[in-house]
Design a binder for this molecule. Structure first.
Ligand code: IVH
Length: 729
């Protein structure tokens, strides 16, 4: 149910800059107002600033990120925590949003320091809560939040509970006084658990991990903080007395590490701007292989004397800059929670949100898995919610911005009946929270989804047979009787049956009718005939393609039957072993389990599927229509040069689809799996590979690029091993 239409990010760098500047000003005024009781502008002027920011966000909704001042309620200083003044101000950072901005900053640095003999220290911009730790004679005497930058809140007892933060600095050259600055963060996975516990205890859920870090650190009772998995990364030093330290910031970090402070393993010193660009590009792709959330990269001049030459404005140092990535989290309105029915009958709530662009694509729907997840996230219909879309991951709702509620929000109630056929829902399994519609044959939604899958790339791969066709054939407005009662009728379809069909044009992401953008009316169409009533070219081509699909390999036919737990891999294993649908039907559970790649769950599901009369009827009809339901004799696929290998494919390949790559491997006898382990023989890596690449490196599994993949297919594993990358090199 994930809406994800690719759209490039549309916000020009100047607008981002203007937005960031305005946001920063507003934050400062808020901090003065709430924190110091010393506002410097009138309320009206403040409101004007906020309005300008809102106007920008109206025009560019992508800018409406959860940390925008339009989305936050100024609660920071309403706490009872004692205020503390920082010995030296905790500055902020100027931002750039593209390469031009970065280059302009580097040029200014070069001009102002008057030498090109310098280095850049690249760090990750940790999305957490800034803290200031004061150590006197090596003892942690105070920990404070950043607050206004001048004045923060005393959170010493809470910070003391964070295991990574030493109470005493150990080792050599510990100074008399030092302020250590860093970011405290809350790991993403733990965040979801925390929210579920808060909701269960009747507390407001947090909108995102950053807010939960802040909430955890500002707990009244440090015993509570102690139970939470907080971590810290050091990113700077404030006042430093009684100490003559290294002349490079990277050297200072090395020293801090010897004192027991948690420095980042990701920092890198580079010689020039190209090195910076490489760092930025690398972490742009591997944003999620890092334990904490990051929202950009911080580039710093590494030479401390040169930093001094450049100095700082009252707000930010001139010797550092933050390069911000496009946000992966935005706020949007939860318009409704709907319920969708999948091809196996599973009934899933999903969120319909006001469409927003996030991480480069437009999102309108996000899955919510089941009613317990809705409850655990604590979201109400009408809430402003934080929506996250991380890279190619399915969009998800993190949580509500509970402070923006106005009382009109309402709770979601899971229906007791199937929204499409009215049949009472049942648990997937006894005692399960996941529900399903048991009306597998008669439920139009299930048939529609099964047909769409059957015609899809993993199964029969019938071109021109998409979601609209699947819906039209199963739920026409006219004629009243759908031409397909179930998938058994697929190969008997005629052009005469198709022509009169009028149907809603359904959206694949939501299963809802698409609407005309101008009139707002639901779209209907004579799907297979043109206005004159003549068959559309597509429709005729589709019938030809259906005919051609009768010759698909058995494994694809099996996959297309939507037998629970039987995906392409299990289907391939079954087809390879039994070579005909009849033999699969006749096989006992023990015989099925004996097949390599088939477990008990799959075996049971296969037996259950064939036990249904109407399922066997599908097979009978297909057979009568001439569908090839066995691998022909002598169709031995010849030598299987990759037998015994286990291969993982990750990222985008240029010359293969993911399924194409899998098939090429499987037809040569290799096993294809989804996760990297020590037993993996090769990991094939395309563009944007994500964490599987890192895992392969970590486990020293040989990695093949697309060229190496070609070598594996063409010349076998030994030749491939020669061209593989491996962590040892
Ligand atoms: S340096 C004087 N380095 O980002 C230099 N800040 O938007 C100021 N932050 O207030 C900070 N990761 O809380 C620095 N590697 C990093 C950082 C980082 C996160 C935060 C920090 C700062 C904010 C500015």
């Amino acid at each position: 149910m994930a809406g994800d239409k690719q759209a490039e990010t549309t916000v020009p760098a100047e607008v981002r800059e203007k937005h960031a500047r305005l946001a920063e000003q507003i934050e400062e005024h808020r901090a003065r107002y709430y924190g110091k009781d010393a506002p410097v502008i009138s309320d009206a002027e403040f409101d004007e600033l906020l309005r300008s920011l809102q106007a920008l966000e109206e025009e560019y909704p992508e800018l409406r990120t959860p940390d925008s001042p339009t989305q936050k309620v100024a609660v920071e200083f309403k706490s009872d925590l004692a205020k503390v003044e920082h010995r030296s101000p905790m500055l902020s950072l100027d931002n750039v949003f593209d390469d031009a901005g970065l280059a302009a900053w580097a040029e200014r640095v070069q001009r102002d320091v008057g030498t090109s003999d310098h280095h850049f220290l690249c760090e990750l911009k940790v999305d957490g809560l800034a803290v200031n730790l004061t150590y006197e004679d090596g003892r942690l005497v105070r920990a404070a939040t950043r607050g206004t930058g001048q004045i923060g809140e005393d959170i010493t007892p809470n910070v003391m509970t964070i295991g990574e933060i030493p109470h005493r600095l150990r080792g050599e050259r510990v100074p008399r006084l030092v302020e250590i600055r860093g970011e405290v963060y809350f790991p993403m996975e733990a965040f979801q658990d925390l929210n579920a516990r808060r909701v269960a205890a009747g507390e407001k859920p947090y909108a995102n991990p950053r807010n939960s870090a802040s909430g955890s650190l500002r707990q009244k009772d440090p015993k509570v903080t102690a139970t939470l998995p907080l971590h810290m990364v050091v990113h700077g030093v404030g006042v430093l007395e009684g100490f003559d330290g290294p002349s490079r910031l990277s050297g200072v970090y090395d020293l801090l590490k010897t004192w027991g402070l948690p420095t980042s393993p990701h920092n890198r010193v580079v010689d020039d701007l190209d090195g910076v660009r490489e760092f930025i590009a690398h972490y742009g792709e591997h944003r999620h292989s890092v334990a904490h959330e990051i929202d950009g990269v911080v580039v710093k001049l590494d030479e401390i004397p040169l930093q001094g030459r450049l100095g700082s404005t009252s707000r930010a140092p001139r010797w550092a800059i933050a390069y911000k990535y496009a946000p992966e989290e935005v706020n949007t309105k939860l318009v409704n929670i709907r319920v969708g029915v999948g091809r196996t009958g599973r009934v899933t709530p999903y969120a319909q949100v006001e469409p927003v662009t996030v991480a480069g694509s437009e999102v309108e729907f996000a899955t919510l898995h089941n009613q317990d997840v809705v409850k655990a996230k604590g979201v109400l219909i009408g809430d402003t919610v934080v929506l996250r879309k991380a890279g190619d991951v399915i969009p998800e709702i993190l949580g509500p911005v509970a402070d923006l509620r106005d009382g009109t929000e309402r709770e979601f109630v899971m229906p007791a009946e199937c929204p499409e056929c009215g049949t009472p829902l049942r648990p997937m399994k006894e005692g399960d929270v996941d529900l399903r519609c048991p009306n597998a044959r008669g439920c139009p939604a299930q048939l529609r989804e099964r047909l769409f899958y059957l015609a899809g790339r993993k199964a029969l791969d019938i071109e021109h047979f998409g979601y609209v066709a699947a819906a039209a054939l199963t739920q026409p407005l006219q004629p009243e009787d759908p031409p397909l009662k179930d998938e058994g009728d697929l190969f008997g379809l005629t052009v005469e049956q198709l022509l009169p069909i009028t149907a809603y044009v359904l959206d694949q992401d939501s299963g809802l009718p698409k609407r005309d953008p101008e009139t707002g009316e639901e779209k209907t169409a004579t799907v297979f005939a043109n206005k004159e009533g003549a068959p559309r070219k597509n429709a005729l081509a589709m019938l030809e393609n259906i005919e051609a699909a009768k010759q698909r390999p058995l494994a694809r036919v099996l996959t297309g039957l939507s037998i629970r737990h039987v995906g392409p891999v299990a289907a391939e294993a079954l087809a390879r072993e039994f070579r005909s649908i009849d033999r699969i039907e006749q096989a006992s559970e023990e015989e099925l389990v004996a097949v390599d790649g088939v477990g008990e769950i799959v075996a049971k599901a296969v037996k259950e599927w064939f036990a249904e009369d109407w399922h066997r009827e599908i097979i009978r009809k297909w057979k009568a229509a001439g569908v090839r339901l066995e691998e022909e004799a002598g169709e031995d696929r010849g030598p299987r040069p990759l037998e015994g290998l286990t291969v993982v494919v990750t990222g985008t390949l240029e010359d293969f689809t993911r399924d194409g790559a899998k098939e090429a491997l499987q037809s040569r006898g290799a096993k294809v799996t989804g996760s990297v382990s020590k037993k993996t023989s090769f990991v094939v890596v395309g563009d944007n590979p994500g964490s599987k690449y890192d895992k392969a490196m970590q486990l020293k599994v040989p990695v093949l690029n697309e060229r190496g993949f070609g070598v594996l297919l063409g010349q076998g594993p030994d030749a491939a091993a020669e061209v593989a990358l491996s962590a040892e090199e």
